[in-house]
Write a protein that binds this ligand. Structure first.
Ligand code: ZN
Ligand code: FE
Length: 252
């Protein structure tokens, strides 16, 4: 999307909020503001017009009230979780999508981390919250392995070049875990080295891309023969393999 610029804002210990804006159109949205102060600093005097939440967790919506009060910004979140999104104005769902000024935004309903989780799909970029991480996926707080497999499949169906902006900087730990399952994946080994270098200088590992995640993220690679062999699950179903990867990551 030529007119839209995306900026990364580090929040709390390892959260990311993002500014998405088109200055010429007077549009400036923040995605998942866990807290207000770093968002205000990043705005550098610009007026915030929208607050977008991928899910209800406080580390993605804790800044809603303060930012809405200061800027009069409209709060947009999952309609199905309306009661748990602080100060929500507009509830969105997959059927209706959303309009950001002139920009059509697709909404994907991606339940499992939370029941109401959504992803915001702009042209060329997706905000995945805590559903799809760089080399990982969110914990199953309110859903089943089957739900997460379906939710991840929706995200994986986006064009390969789609940039992935996720809710946390968990990538190095995710990479270490992924390497335990698929050390023979050359794309993964290369990415692991790149991630180590980025984190050594304190740089973010986002955005990723859908294509890169499909080649390296174990949660999207339940069909990998190497992963299946590592788990001793050569003939198991996709959901069973996913559930075992998730269980091992929970205990990693
Ligand atoms: Zn969360
Ligand atoms: Fe989170």
């Amino acid at each position: 999307m030529p007119g839209l610029k995306i900026e990364i804002i580090a929040c709390l210990k390892d959260n990311y909020a993002y500014l998405v804006g088109d200055p010429a159109a007077g549009l400036c949205a923040v995605v998942d503001p866990s807290e207000a102060a770093p968002v205000e600093a990043a705005l550098e005097g610009r007026r915030l017009t929208h607050i977008l939440n991928t899910h209800h967790h406080w580390d993605h919506s804790g800044g809603n009230r303060e930012l809405k009060e200061k800027f009069g910004a409209e709060v947009v979140g999952p309609e199905k979780d309306r009661s748990r999104i602080p100060a929500i104005d507009v509830g969105v769902d997959e059927a209706g999508g959303w309009r950001f000024g002139e920009y059509a935004v697709r909404i994907l309903e991606v339940p499992a981390h939370t029941k109401g989780a959504i992803a915001f799909v702009f042209e060329g970029a997706v905000f995945t919250g805590d559903t799809l991480f760089a080399l990982g996926c969110g914990r199953l707080f309110e859903g089943t392995p089957e739900m997460m497999v379906q939710s991840l499949a929706k995200l994986a169906a986006l064009p390969d070049e789609t940039r992935v902006y996720c809710g946390h900087e968990y990538t190095l730990a995710n990479a270490r875990f992924a390497m335990t399952l698929e050390p023979g994946n050359a794309d993964l080994a290369k990415r692991f080295r790149e991630i180590e270098a980025l984190r050594a200088k304190g740089a973010p590992t986002v955005p990723s891309s859908i294509g890169l995640e499909k080649r390296t993220n174990p949660f999207l690679r339940t069909a990998s023969a190497e992963i299946r062999a590592a788990l001793g699950m050569e003939t198991a179903g996709e959901v069973e393999v996913f559930a075992e990867i998730r269980r091992r990551k929970d205990n990693f």
